[in-house]
Design a binder for this molecule. Structure first.
Ligand code: CTP
Length: 402
């Protein structure tokens, strides 16, 4: 998402400045052009040569001297940038940004920046961070359109515990993707995604589940959030972390997923059901562990049907809502998926065969066919992230962006 983008990083004095080397490397690997401005105090924590090397651009330092690429880097760089992230941001640089003080290269660049998304990631001791003057300054910046990246909570270099840790490079990378990585063509839309596997309890120790890892659903939720939607992810058991920028509702069983979805389904513009929901659950859940000595060599668990959540949403679909389901099959892919499209009253089924190379549980790729009431479209093997965007593209084409 950041390929070809120009990212400006402003680094001020904090022990966490070392994390910016990893971020610069991630950005470079993603194909972004990275420029760095460092304050004098930042240079006491990490040598600018680290960033010269990682970004292949000379790091702009605080002395307005001839070593900088341009004598007016503080004007040129913000003009070129697709996003400007000040991180780690000390209490000092936050105050300068809030008050308009421009007495060094970084604070001057901050004043000169007006056309690109501006992000600031505070990093300092918990007592400094909680000081009302710092909070007021951050509020001022937020009110002026800056995105304030909330610091992490935990152990601090000074020995205190609390809020003020700079998020890791991966998290800052995602904030930059959010700031400038995608067109916000789902802005104002509410999207609900189901993901992962449900677990149906047999007794307090055992359950029935399936191989779903939640990768496909997570990719869809993330893509929708990056494109500006307000996303609710109803997540069963997943092998991958829930993405940033989405409201994740954790559930265990099909019953819990049904309740979580139906509580909010009528407020959604788009519902995409990627979860692998159990069709059956044990009719009775034993309250104590089932012991072998009580069952003999063979035993039977009586199963009963769960709610079909997609079918329920199809029956209760409000006007204008787009409902998309998945179908994972081992035989007769198009026929089975077509039946699901009709029976469950969905607007689209994303069908994939467990037999296709590059599709299935836990893979990073998928091979899917879109089934709509007016036709089918076969896609080549794509990453799950690309499949997620293609699903959203179709929905936007159908429903528009308003
Ligand atoms: N689904 C659901 N609730 C269920 C079962 C499935 O919402 N109890 C949804 C899935 O999230 C998916 C779609 O229905 O979007 C199809 O799921 P799938 O398991 O492929 O099909 P089933 O309806 O279970 O049918 P079958 O067992 O005949 O394949």
């Amino acid at each position: 998402m950041l390929k070809g983008k120009t990212i400006l990083l402003g680094i001020s004095g904090s022990i966490s400045a070392y994390k910016m080397a990893h971020l610069a490397s991630l950005l470079q690997q993603a194909g972004a052009s990275v420029y760095v401005i460092m304050t004098k105090n930042a240079c006491r924590f990490i040598d600018p040569v680290v960033f010269d090397t990682l970004t292949r651009h000379r790091t702009v330092l605080d002395d307005f001297d001839r070593a900088n690429e341009s004598p007016v880097s503080h004007i040129d760089l913000p003009k070129m940038a697709d996003a400007f992230l000040v991180a780690p941001a000390s209490a000092d640089i936050i105050a300068k940004a809030a008050l308009g003080i421009a007495d060094d290269m970084l604070s001057s660049a901050i004043i000169a920046a007006y056309s690109c998304p501006l992000l600031i990631a505070p990093a300092m001791n918990v007592h400094m961070f909680e000081n009302p003057v710092v909070q007021e300054n951050l509020k001022k910046l937020q009110d002026r359109g800056w995105t304030v990246v909330a610091p992490g909570i935990g152990f601090q270099a000074c020995g205190d515990m609390g809020s003020g840790r700079l998020p890791e490079g991966e998290e800052l990378f995602e904030w930059l993707e959010m700031a400038c990585g995608a067109e916000k063509d789902l802005k104002g839309k509410k999207v609900l995604v189901t993901s992962g596997a449900t677990r149906e309890a047999i007794d307090p120790v055992r359950f029935i589940t399936n191989h779903s890892t939640g990768k496909m659903g997570t990719a869809i939720a993330r893509a929708a959030a990056m494109r500006g939607a307000e996303v609710t992810l109803v997540a069963g058991d997943m092998r991958v972390p829930a993405p940033q920028f989405v409201n994740t509702v954790r559930v265990v069983s099909a019953e819990e997923m049904f309740n979580a979805v139906t509580a909010v389904s009528d407020q959604q513009d788009i519902i995409i059901m990627a979860a692998a929901v159990a069709d059956f659950r044990p009719a009775e859940v034993a309250s104590e562990k089932i012991k072998k000595k009580n069952t003999g060599t063979e035993t039977t668990i009586t199963l009963t049907r769960t709610h079909d959540i997609l079918a329920w949403c199809g029956e209760h679909k409000p006007e204008g809502q787009f409902l998309c389901g998945f179908a994972m099959e081992t035989t007769d892919l198009l026929q089975n998926a077509g039946e699901k499209l009709r029976k469950k009253k969905a607007d689209m089924i994303v069908a994939n065969s467990l037999r296709a190379a590059g599709a299935g549980f836990g893979t990073d790729t998928n091979v899917v066919t879109f089934l709509r009431p007016d036709g089918t479209e076969e896609l080549p093997i794509l990453s799950k992230n690309e499949v997620a965007d293609r699903i959203l593209d179709i929905i936007i084409k159908e429903r528009g962006t308003d």
